[in-house]
Design a protein around this ligand. Structure first.
Ligand SMILES: Cc1ncc(COP(=O)(O)O)c(C=O)c1O
Length: 464
């Protein structure tokens, strides 16, 4: 990863380009504007989830096929957003569409386990090497239940997470993410800060955050918590952070975390809601070769249907089997979702598919990195599996602090506008990365690189 960029970007040029691109996007999305005016009369903020909101209005989509999506204005775009990293299969994949259509005719919900649910568990066991599985309906449910299982198993209440990591929208993990940098506190003793209102302080204080890529800080905090009589039940973490762009673990870090948690009898949960099934067939667990005690999955698992799963060792999951912890849910293992997941795992996300994703990701990362070097931009391209991003930062991001200090928010916003105006549908927000699908082609990733090149040219040489 080359870091020899030298160009100093002119803030006035960034501002002018941003203004121009904003006006252009507004002009191209007037049907979205009209939909927004209608939607907000009945749908809070005009959207189904706050993460879909955007100023001055969200972009409303109508349909998708393979790597392409269309918005309500008829704009045709390569999809690099892919439903917040869920649609690695591409849109309307024939194998998944068939599985769902066949299942619909047989009944879509019983609250009784179907064979597809057993087959999917067998395959997840094979891929992730964890013996016992259960289903839920979202990533939030997966992390919520995994944490409860860890608490039930250890009999402890405190939990540990990585500062800045997102693990869903339940109270225990809506802590110490996306907060103002000034309020973080000392690195050795980060504050536990609620992410938004409505989260009880009593719950927030049970969640303790430590920096990513710093096993020493984790171990010291565990030792202090133990001395205070509140040793954590679990460490929940992404093995590679996927919400500060992409932040990979430093060599040896995950192994140290594994060793520390094992030595202290703390359940290690890899939250693989984003990494599972996208960065390898067996997620980060396979890719980095470090075995956690539990894994949480969602997003890609359901092939576009709401899904989630929790895997664990025989020992940890015994508290579920023996009824000590209630792991329940009306729609868990829903037949439609399980039919889609089965088709996805066996017919779509095959070894060839992962080879294809790797090849394309190498190409897009190399293409973006070449642009950065040509224009000497302060930044770098980084990727793994189906995922990656350009991080606009003069130094490498290793944790939340380096991200907050160094990431150039203005250029990140400009890049999004540039993409949207040139047929690249990307996730809004400064924290997100691209997700490729098995239906993406060289043409798709070359289009992405070409738009980035155009922006780099205008940023450094062109006239806004
Ligand atoms: C790592 C991680 N865990 C959990 C979640 C929550 O998943 P969901 O939005 O399906 O509840 C997300 C969502 O982006 C995530 O990125």
């Amino acid at each position: 990863m080359a870091m020899k960029s030298t160009a100093t970007l002119d803030p006035k040029r960034i501002e002018d380009l941003t203004e121009r691109e904003r006006a252009r996007l507004d002009g191209r999305t007037q049907a979205s504007a009209a939909m927004y005016r209608r939607a907000r009369q009945s749908l809070s903020g005009g959207v189904a989830s706050t993460y879909q909101a955007r100023e001055p209005w969200p972009i409303y989509l109508t349909s998708g096929e393979g790597p392409i999506v269309y918005d309500v204005d008829g704009n045709r775009m390569w999809d690099f957003h892919n439903g917040f990293g869920s649609m690695v299969q591409g849109h309307a994949h024939p194998a998944i569409a068939k599985a769902v259509a066949d299942r619909v005719k047989l009944g879509t919900h019983f609250a009784a386990t179907t064979e597809d649910g057993v087959v999917v568990a067998e395959e997840l066991k094979r891929r992730f090497g964890l013996e016992q599985w259960r289903y839920v309906n979202s990533g939030s449910e997966a992390t919520m239940d995994a944490i409860r299982i860890a608490r039930g198993y250890t009999g402890r209440e405190t939990i540990m997470k990585i500062f800045g990591s997102y693990h869903g929208h339940h109270d225990a993990v809506m802590v110490s993410i996306g907060v103002e940098y000034s309020r973080i506190g000392d690195r050795e003793d980060y504050a536990s800060l609620a992410y938004g209102a409505g989260i009880p302080r009593a719950v927030t204080e049970l969640t303790v955050a430590v920096p990513f890529n710093d096993a020493g800080a984790m171990e010291r905090r565990i030792a202090r918590l133990e001395a205070e009589g509140r040793k954590p039940a679990c460490v929940i973490m992404e093995a590679a952070m996927m919400n500060l762009g992409v932040v990979l673990p430093e060599p040896g870090y995950l192994e140290e975390v594994r060793e520390i948690t094992r030595r202290h009898g703390i359940v290690l949960i890899f939250d693989e809601v984003k990494t599972g099934l996208t960065i390898a067939a067996g997620g980060a667990t396979e890719r980095f070769g470090v075995e956690p005690d539990m894994v949480t999955l969602a997003k890609t698992l359901g092939g576009g249907l709401p899904s989630g799963a929790i895997g664990g060792t025989e020992e940890v999951m015994r508290v579920v089997e023996d009824g000590t912890v209630y792991q329940v849910g009306t729609f868990n293992g829903n037949p439609l979702t399980m039919a889609a997941a089965r088709a996805s795992l066996f017919e779509v996300l095959t070894p060839d598919a992962y080879d294809h994703l790797e090849e394309l990701n190498d190409r897009i990362v190399a293409g973006c990195q070449a642009v950065i070097e040509r224009y000497q931009l302060p930044g770098y391209a980084i990727g793994i599996g189906a995922k990656g991003c350009v991080t606009f930062s003069p130094t490498r991001i290793v944790d939340y602090e380096t991200f907050k200090e160094n990431q150039d928010v203005a250029v990140t916003e400009l890049a999004w506008l540039f993409n949207m105006n040139r047929g690249i549908f990307m996730t809004p927000g400064r924290e997100e990365e691209w997700t490729l699908s098995v239906t993406h082609t060289r043409e798709a990733v070359d289009a992405y690189v070409a738009v980035f090149d155009e922006m780099a040219h205008e940023l450094t040489e062109g006239t806004p």
